[in-house]
Design a protein around this ligand. Structure first.
Ligand code: IMP
Ligand code: MG
Length: 172
């Protein structure tokens, strides 16, 4: 299996810094919770958090959904690590994702958050593959749009491999 570099770590980090500054501007003075979608969004959140620092007060929680096996999306989505209601109800939520593909995972999550009493929920994703979308989801904070290629690295995996790569590469 060959991996071709798509986005280097400096390019990724400076984009993340831009997004972090927008988040600080948009959420200062608000009751915001960042929901980190494990495991893929961990490195993205790590660098966002560095720039956000203590410029705003926030809550953060890891959540886990199961929807993907190998390179093909599976129909059903489950929340295997749900957030606690106290960090959701009445609060503004920012979902931190690695990549939006079909949009099914986020559509499920947004519906779940609305039902759980979130005041508002928006999506912040490092990557998006718009040509793969099956369900429309608004991505308010987006790093990069990419074409329909399977990518790994910077948190993203192919069957649990390559998450630790410091750059994002495409699998050929
Ligand atoms: P969706 O529900 O189809 O939008 O897929 C969401 C999840 O699938 C993402 O959060 C990723 O975890 C995973 N995924 C989608 N495309 C890729 C990819 O190219 N590389 C690695 N993971 C991916
Ligand atoms: Mg993900």
């Amino acid at each position: 299996m060959r991996i071709t570099r798509l986005l280097g770590k400096n390019e990724i980090r400076s984009k993340i810094a831009e997004i972090a500054k927008r988040l600080v501007a948009d959420f200062s003075g608000k009751e915001v919770t960042f929901l980190i979608v494990l495991k893929g969004a961990k490195p993205f959140w790590k660098y966002l958090k560095k720039v956000i620092g203590n410029h705003i007060a926030y809550a953060e929680e890891d959540i886990k959904l199961k929807s993907y096996h190998g390179t093909a999306s599976k129909g059903s989505i489950t929340l295997s690590k749900p957030p606690s209601i106290s960090t959701i109800r009445g609060r503004e939520i920012v979902i931190i994702e690695d990549i939006v593909d079909t949009g099914r995972t986020l559509a499920f999550l947004l519906e779940y958050l609305a039902k759980s009493g979130a005041k508002k929920a928006v999506v912040c994703s490092l990557l998006s593959k718009p040509s793969r979308r099956e369900v429309a989801v608004a991505v308010e904070y987006l790093g990069f749009e990419i074409e329909d290629r399977f990518v790994v690295g910077f948190g993203m995996d192919y069957d649990e491999k390559y998450r630790e790569l410091p750059y994002i590469g495409m699998i050929d």
